[in-house]
Design a protein around this ligand. Structure first.
Ligand SMILES: [Zn+2]
Length: 728
């Protein structure tokens, strides 16, 4: 019995197995199908990058924690945030180039806000903000190459003419300038510096006075010029109390045609009109402020930065015209807080902050307009306002600065906080307008350090005989051995390399050693403190990412608290060049960045990101060289060609991509010079410059159509096999 019963049990189990196996097989085989079908969840995300110039990690996180920046706090709590170490020099053009390309300055070619090129005079430079000087591929080109649409609202090196994009929209409104662009103050007060001086006389021949003002007891008139076009000013005392109540700005002496009628302290709306300059018509949208109407001897009418439409700042005229009519005609054309007006005493801090607000409004409204009205996969946008206010006020809030005043510090810190709050509003407007599959990244390009003294680098070189000057302290290139055309880089005026170079290659190393020693030994005469943080010959600067022929023969960094100037200023007392001078708050910058090493806490930038599949909170310290790869991974494309580091984070929902690199590094000896010395001994000096790195990227884009077909076949095979086994 037990035996038979055992046999029956086995038979029963076998029958059960016969039923179970096909089910098991079906499940096993359809699993990959289900898994691959789930890949359908992966999507190509959209990315918006807001670069907020000079945001400090410590300040933004502090203000977010205090609840002062609700939108930024929301980004941080829902996504990730990190402390970002940027490249050296910590300058805007340099840092943005590293962010957009993923390549260090020596590779991408942007080694300064101004760049000195070989075969030019040792004093000459070209702009580091120009896209023509960027040697590596920026992320907007990578995206365009992959068939995606980028919109660059404004980013250093986004020079529209420099990039051959097929579907992307590039702007750089900073390129829109003409002879009349600079802001000015129209004033009767000749004591005020750098202004446009005007005079008032009794108003005559004005029409429609009564229609506009009712009665006017007394009126004065004057005129101003924008380009070659004259506008008229009508200053009215309405009730005869010797106080001028209203100012009209009009294209002719007809008050019904007035562009603006302002009371003292009032801003105009943007004046949307055209003017003529050198026989060419320009469309403009300037803002005016009637800073002071009384007394007439101190009349002050301010005209803000006036950028024209007719300039090369876009690659699509229709889109640009739409931006002009929908955005700039409402915001005006400020692209920076007007420090010129503040430092020249045209107006006070409050008016300065108003120019900062107008600037942020332009970039915020422009960005939202592009988000809402055009197709895009990637938007790169920018606002300079934190950088603007730090340059003016950062030192004034720092107790370690010699000019610190605790009462004033509260006021200036409040101005900085107010500016962070308008940036937060910018972020809020972007968050409200982006579609749900968008990753929003807020980042900065560097921080700023408070400064107490300015180091005149060429002044130090001049007083020691390396820079030659004429009677009015202009550089005499033919007698100059070495010169710093931009902060951080000192070039030897090398024969055969610099145009008009005088230093024989045989003397090169000796001169470099000498320059390094002179600077390293230089001390603040007042405190005895060393002012240089680092002084290196170029071949030792590779660890800073500085390689190639665009970097100085000597590289230097300054200690926090000091900043550099390349200007040559004669000290009237000694007749020598000024080497070091104190900062004068509100006249010179009290905050700065550039010649400072990026690891200091004040220089640390920020990266905050939020969007589908992104979480993790605080990520610690990251490198700005990882940003380009991060954006690429979110877009599901390979990183820019010279980007070498891994992404900072990935989205669980981003389209995956497989790619491989093959890199070729080519080294070339670029110049060999033969020099004959007096002893008739012939020596050969060879200068080896570090070559550009060329990289080829091969990539395989995973085709999910194929993956899904494989999944489907697996599913069908599973069902068929199951059915066949079941029948047996
Ligand atoms: Zn910057």
């Amino acid at each position: 019995m037990p035996l038979i019963s055992g046999y029956r049990d086995i038979m029963k189990s076998f029958k059960l197995l016969k039923t179970l196996i096909p089910i098991l097989l079906v499940v096993l085989l359809i699993l990959p199908g289900i898994q691959y079908t789930a890949q359908n969840e992966f999507k190509r995300l959209k990315v918006v990058v807001i670069s907020v110039d000079a945001v400090r990690f410590d300040h933004i996180t502090q203000l977010a924690v205090e609840g002062q920046l609700p939108n930024i706090a929301k980004l941080m709590s829902s996504g990730i945030y990190a402390e970002m170490v940027v490249v050296f020099p910590t300058a805007t053009a340099v840092s943005h180039a590293a962010i957009s390309t993923g390549a260090p300055p020596g590779v991408n070619g942007i080694v300064g806000n101004s760049i000195h090129l070989p075969n030019t005079s040792v004093t000459s430079t070209t702009s580091g903000f120009s896209g023509f000087n960027l040697l590596s591929e920026p992320i907007w080109m990578t995206a365009d190459r992959h068939g995606l649409k980028s919109i660059v609202v404004s980013f250093p090196q986004s020079t529209p003419r420099a990039w051959n994009v097929s579907r992307s929209i590039l702007f750089n409104f900073y390129d829109a300038s003409a002879a009349f662009t600079a802001s000015t103050l129209y004033t009767t007060n000749r004591i005020i510096g750098g202004a446009t001086y005007i005079d008032f006389t009794n108003a005559t021949e004005w029409i429609n006075v009564e229609k506009v003002f009712g009665s006017v007891v007394r009126a004065l008139e004057s005129s101003i010029k924008i380009g070659d076009t004259t506008w008229y000013l009508y200053l009215a005392d309405l009730n005869g109390d010797d106080f001028y109540d209203k100012l009209a700005i009009a294209p002719e002496k007809d008050l019904l045609k007035a562009y603006a009628i302002l009371s003292e302290g009032e801003w105009s709306n943007p004046i949307n009109t055209t003017i003529v300059y050198a026989n060419k018509v320009y469309t403009i949208s300037p803002l005016f402020k009637a800073i002071k109407l009384n007394p007439v001897s101190d009349f002050r009418l301010y005209r803000g930065l006036t950028r024209p439409f007719e300039a090369t700042w876009y690659n699509n005229a229709d889109v640009a015209w739409s931006v002009w009519n929908n955005v700039f005609t409402k915001t005006g054309t400020f692209t920076d807080g007007d420090y010129v007006g503040l430092t020249r005493g045209w107006f006070n801090e409050e008016t300065y902050i108003e120019t900062v607000n107008y600037t942020n409004r332009l970039f915020a409204e422009w960005t939202v307009f592009m988000i809402k009205n055009y197709e895009w996969d990637l938007i790169l946008t920018y606002t300079p306002v934190i950088d603007n206010v730090y340059h003016q006020f950062l030192g004034l809030v720092d107790p370690s600065m010699p000019y610190y005043d605790s009462e004033k510090a509260k006021y200036y810190w409040d101005l900085i906080v107010r500016t962070y709050k308008i940036v937060d509003e910018f972020v809020g407007a972007v968050l409200e307008s982006v579609p749900p599959d968008t990753v929003v990244i807020l980042l900065s390009d560097h921080g700023q350090v408070p400064i107490k003294k300015i180091v005149y680098i060429n002044g130090i070189l001049c007083n020691r005989g390396y820079v030659a000057v004429d009677a009015v302290f202009r550089v005499n290139v033919t007698g100059t051995l070495a010169y710093a055309p931009w902060h951080v880089h000192i070039f030897v005026n090398l024969a055969g390399r610099e145009s008009g170079g005088i230093v024989p290659p045989a003397n090169y190393s000796l001169l470099v050693d000498e320059l390094v020693r002179v600077l390293w030994e230089y001390r603040d005469p007042e405190t005895g403190e060393r002012v240089f943080d680092l002084v290196l010959p170029r071949e030792k600067a590779e660890f800073l990412g500085l390689t190639g022929e665009r970097i100085g023969d000597v590289i230097f960094a300054l200690k926090p608290g000091y900043t550099s100037s390349t200007a040559l200023v004669r000290d009237p007392e000694t007749g020598k060049a000024v080497e070091i001078a104190p900062v004068i708050p509100l006249l010179t910058s009290t905050g700065d960045h550039g010649p400072h090493l990026p690891h200091y806490k004040e220089l640390r930038a920020v990266l905050i990101a939020s969007g589908p599949g992104i979480s993790g909170g605080y990520l610690g310290t990251i490198s700005s060289l990882q940003v380009a790869a991060t954006i690429a991974s979110l877009l599901g494309i390979s990183p820019p060609r010279d980007s070498k580091l891994a992404p900072i984070f990935i989205s669980r929902e981003a389209l995956p991509i497989v790619f491989t690199y093959t890199s070729t590094i080519t080294t070339t000896i670029t110049s060999t010079t033969t020099t004959t010395l007096r002893e008739r001994v012939t020596t050969t000096a060879t200068t080896t410059l570090i070559s550009p790195v060329s990289t080829t990227v091969t990539e395989t884009i995973v085709d999910y159509t194929l993956v899904r077909i494989v999944g489907l076949i697996a599913l069908i095979v599973g069902i068929v096999v199951g059915y066949v086994l079941r029948r047996k």
